[in-house]
Design a protein around this ligand. Structure first.
Ligand code: SF4
Length: 347
């Protein structure tokens, strides 16, 4: 596709006419998650505003709040081995690459994503595997990044097979946004190979029902036919999917494709993402509305990663200790029983 390069070096096809807010981002200098798209997702973005907002940056990303952080989940302090995060006793996450097919504008790991890090090396992989072998309490390994499916077939399979050899019962989770944003990457030969590495789950991310195109449904069918179970994590995003009708369509559509809606995530406090965050009250209201629109099977769990290393908690009103003028105070009984605050933001 014919492309023009703007002032910041990011490329967009020259025939896209940018809105003023979008133009503002391309003209701004500063610490930015680069624009990255592909023709498939860009084409969808030009047809649906809820998808455009996930792909094309706006100048609101240059607004940083004091409550935001470049490491909103405090992953840095839970990384005993490079490229591995061990925050919960029974599982670890491994950052296999920093590349993605598109850069989602809401990405919480934006300080790592697309920053030119090398892919996971042999020696880094060795160290992580050694760590898992020495920590028998680890039962699950999440391969993430970036998006592991941006690796070539042989590199991806080599990494997966190495983790498979650690222990037969180690559960591998493969996190990828590829089925939603670049479905033609999903090919039956690769998926058949991955399907042999059970127990292995695919954790995918669809945020909008218009991402369920004939191509992405085909990709989901290929994964399903390879015998790989799938769960979906959706991020609750303002002006994208903060509407129970939109989410009901998405979750029912996923269920139809054999994908269990797993989490609806409250936005993390990543720098420059405040324009995507939905107030918690609105999130709870959406969940209440969803309960009467879709079945229990189609319902995800509404959850948040508490800032300051508080870990993930289900956003049940029963876990809310109190509400102050500026924050919601929760207790995380799973991590350390301490109180953590999530800021009270308004529309
Ligand atoms: S695919 Fe995942 S890691 Fe990559 S930009 Fe999107 S949310 Fe971030």
């Amino acid at each position: 596709m014919d492309e023009t390069h703007n002032k910041s070096g990011e490329a967009l096809p020259h025939n896209i006419s940018l809105q003023r807010d979008e133009q503002g981002w391309f003209e701004a200098e500063g610490d930015k998650l680069a624009y990255q798209g592909n023709p498939y997702y860009l084409n969808l973005a030009l047809q649906h505003d809820g998808i455009r907002r996930q792909l094309i940056p706006t100048k609101q990303e240059m607004m940083f709040l004091d409550t935001e952080s470049s490491d909103p989940l405090s992953e840095g302090i839970h990384s005993p081995v490079p490229r591995m995060i061990h925050r919960y006793g029974n599982r670890v996450a491994v950052l296999v690459t920093d590349r993605c097919s598109i850069h989602c504008r809401h990405c919480f790991r934006r300080s790592f994503t697309g920053k030119g890090h090398a892919d996971l090396s042999q020696s880094e992989c060795d160290s992580i595997i050694g760590y898992i072998e020495n920590h028998k309490e680890i039962q699950e390994v999440l391969l993430t990044g970036g998006d592991p499916l941006t690796l070539g077939d042989s590199s991806l399979l080599e990494i997966l097979k190495r983790f498979r050899t650690v222990r037969d019962d180690l559960i591998i989770r493969l996190a990828t946004r590829i089925p939603a944003v670049y479905p033609r990457r999903i090919n039956p030969d690769l998926l058949r190979e991955i399907g042999r590495l059970s127990p292995l789950w695919m954790v995918i991310q669809f945020n909008h029902p218009e991402e369920l195109t004939p191509e992405s449904r085909r990709a989901l069918r290929i994964i399903r036919e390879a015998g790989i179970p799938m769960v979906n994590q959706t991020v609750l995003l303002k002006a994208v999917n903060d509407d129970s009708d939109i989410l009901a369509r998405l979750f029912q559509g996923l269920l139809r494709e054999g994908v269990k809606p797993y989490y609806l995530f409250q936005g993390d406090l990543a720098r420059g993402t405040s324009h995507f965050r939905v107030p918690l009250e609105r999130g709870w209201q959406i969940m209440d509305e969803l309960r009467v629109k879709i079945s229990g099977l189609a319902m995800p769990s509404y959850a948040v990663d508490l800032p300051g290393g508080g870990g993930k908690i289900p956003l049940n009103r029963s876990l809310l200790l109190r509400t102050t003028k500026t924050a919601y105070v929760f207790k995380n009984t799973e991590v350390d029983g301490r109180e953590y605050e999530y800021p009270r933001e308004t529309e």
